[in-house]
Design a binder for this molecule. Structure first.
Ligand code: ADP
Length: 486
């Protein structure tokens, strides 16, 4: 069969992007070696030379960015190409930042001129540099070989760098306390450690993007699990005296607990930033391209895309605000009729269902049944369930909304004939930003926060949310709220 010329052109572009990324990463590794020698030898001229070559990486990085945008706009990439391009854009900025960090280290050489650096600190600098180079090398090997197992090993290598960095900072602080060094220079040294550590973090990001290219895995999927593991490793909540690290560093007292909470918070903030970065990044790229597009068809297409991405950012922000409101628990409760509640939710979800050619059928909704609650929140919770049922069902199927009265509770169920959810995922779908299939959720306008919101509403009402699902057959989500007691 003759080669498909369109596909070949696209493959060539992807190949060029990859080659550029690899070249940039090699340059970072080389600069790491040179800058560290200049630092250890106090070679200011050598360091200046490195700063002078600062633009080399940036130029390639610009080219990669252009190629990526071009590919998105001019070619017809399939899903796996798209993953590659999105990953390439992330990797590009990670490698570019690592390059900047090597320049930062070079700038510090001049500032440290004439100061005496302790031997232990020097050894640790050399160790951090070689570890950072090793991690970066591992990242590009994993990328080149699309080897996700190798990519995963980067995390462990980075832990070693983090430990080295920790020890380094302790040593620098210890030296500064002994008064051996000017405070400005101690600060400079502390910053240098941070620069090496961040190069490791960027390499870790590259590893994560490799896993994304290969199987669509994204770091946030594991973030929540990590937070849980960390919690388990730290022992019961009140046991804050247990050391959190091995390697001879026992962090005692409440710092451990604070850190744990910080880690969870950071995970969440990182997830939010990541989720918003994609649409916001796209908006700025699209706006820039729109400004120079002359052809009216192209302008229209770009404007459409702009609108879609803005809507996505808006939806995420809306859901985040809703979660914040729910955490506040300031909602006013009142007496609500269950049939009114169901009717309002169905009405609110109707246009989305229509657009997807799905019929919403209501069943057995008794009149005269009441619950105590906040109507706005409950409608939102129910709409989220109906929207999901629509989102993950084939066109022309049915979504049923059903009410059942139990002795103490009322069950509001949403039943679909959709794709269902694998058993192993059932526990996790209520986590913030967790999705079984990211691409599908995104395509259909999901934010990954809907079920987290619904669960929050349920607990705020003293109720719970239940799910039963079978892949290929459908899912039933039930919002169980206590009945009003007479
Ligand atoms: P999203 O905005 O991605 O839909 P949610 O928090 O509402 O986020 O849901 C989390 C994930 O749970 C979804 O991405 C999807 O994978 C899965 N899910 C939720 N509801 C259903 C359903 N009715 N059928 C199949 N999968 C579902």
């Amino acid at each position: 069969m003759a080669a498909d010329p369109i596909r070949t052109q696209l493959d060539e572009r992807l190949f060029r992007i990859q080659a550029d990324l690899l070249e940039m990463a090699e340059m970072v590794i080389e600069r790491l070696g040179t800058v560290t020698s200049a630092l250890l030898e106090g070679d200011v001229a050598g360091a200046d030379q490195i700063i002078a070559e600062d633009d080399d990486i940036d130029l390639i990085s610009l080219r990669v960015e252009e190629e990526c945008i071009d590919t998105l706009l001019r070619e017809q990439p399939v899903a796996s190409d798209l993953r590659f391009v999105v990953a390439a854009m992330h990797m590009n900025s990670d490698i570019e930042r690592s390059g900047d960090l090597t320049s930062n280290i070079a700038k510090a050489v001049g500032r440290l001129q004439g100061s005496h650096v302790d031997d232990r600190v020097r050894v640790l600098i050399a160790e951090m540099a070689s570890q950072a180079a090793l991690i970066t090398r591992r990242a590009i090997e994993a990328f080149e070989g699309r080897d996700q197992k190798l990519a995963k090993t980067i995390d462990e290598l980075d832990d070693v760098l983090d430990d080295l960095h920790y020890e380094y900072i302790q040593t620098v602080i210890h030296d500064a306390r002994r008064g051996g060094m000017d405070p400005q220079q101690s600060l400079q040294l502390a910053l240098i450690g941070r620069f090496y550590e961040r190069i490791g973090d960027h390499a870790e990001n590259i590893g994560e993007r490799v896993r994304y290219i290969v199987n669509g895995w994204l770091p946030e999927i594991d973030a929540a699990a990590r937070a849980r593991e960390q919690q388990a490793a730290n022992g019961p909540e009140d046991d804050i005296t247990r050391p959190v690290r091995s390697r001879g560093m026992a962090v005692i007292d409440s710092i451990a607990e604070e850190r744990r909470i910080d880690a969870i918070r950071q995970d969440f903030v990182a997830n939010v930033s990541h989720e918003l970065k994609t649409p916001v990044g796209a908006i700025s790229l699209l706006a820039e391209t729109l400004a120079t597009a002359t052809d009216s068809d192209n302008r229209e297409r770009l404007a459409d895309l702009l609108q879609k991405e803005s809507k996505r950012a808006e939806d995420i922000i809306d859901d985040l605000l809703e979660l914040a409101r729910l955490e506040d628990q300031t909602a006013v409760f009142s007496r609500i009729s269950v049939d009114g509640l169901a009717a309002n939710a169905v009405e609110a979800a109707a246009s989305f269902a229509n657009a997807n050619h799905i019929a919403i059928v209501t069943e057995g909704i008794p009149s005269g049944l009441h619950i105590q609650g906040n109507e706005r929140e409950l409608v939102r919770a129910l709409v989220n369930l109906i929207d999901n049922a629509v989102r993950y069902s084939p066109a022309r199927s049915e979504v049923r909304v059903q009410v059942e009265t139990l002795p103490e509770d009322v069950d509001l169920s949403v039943i679909d004939q959709g794709e269902g959810i694998p058993r192993a995922e059932l526990e996790r779908i209520f986590e913030r930003f967790y999705r079984v299939d990211r691409a599908r959720s995104r395509e259909t306008g999901g934010t990954g926060l809907g079920l987290a919101i619904t669960r929050h509403v349920a607990t705020n009402h003293g109720g719970q949310i239940l799910v039963e699902s079978k892949t290929g057959t459908g899912s039933t989500f039930t919002l169980r709220i206590p009945r009003e007691t007479e």
